[in-house]
Ligand binder design. Sequence first.
Ligand code: 5GP
Length: 174
Amino acid sequence: MSEHVRVLLSEEEVDARIQAIGDQISRDYEGRQVHLVCVLKGGSFFMCELAKRITVPVSLDFMSVSSYGKDTKSSGVVKIVKDLDESIKDKDVLVVEDIVDSGRTLSYLLEMLRDRGPKSLRLCTLLDKPERRVVEVNVDYTGFEIPDAFVVGYGLDYDQRYRNLPYIGVVEFD
Ligand code: 5GP
């Protein structure tokens, strides 16, 4: 079976939206430092682009949780593969994710991070598939709401490929 990628959101659309979110975050965190927590690997492209557009002081950290692999359905199993390097206690933490799907990963992660005593904890996601939600998650900043389709690009992979696409596409099988 072969596959191809159909463009869903162009590079220009994604860039413009990230700029708008960066502006919003800069206003909301005026006078404070924002500590971005990137969920690897998918969130990394979005986080770098977002961080460049935030004008208040920014610090960064990374964590990695188990995800889909080759399967395109959520297993519901969330495992911390790499934890943060630094404490988030008393920091204004903004979690940066690629996509919220069932919400399982984020609800688990946010609960775990909240227990570590940040001053504030918010969530920013590039993409949201609200139709797919199983567990409720409060998203503070959303790039785009998209329909239920398996997407790649801008950090999102299919079997570890396509992360480097500068746009968001849908994988279609021929
Ligand atoms: P959730 O726990 O919300 O179901 O899933 C979140 C994770 O599933 C994301 O961080 C991402 O790794 C993966 N995921 C969900 N939907 C998609 C998709 O359409 N494409 C890709 N590449 N990954 C997805």
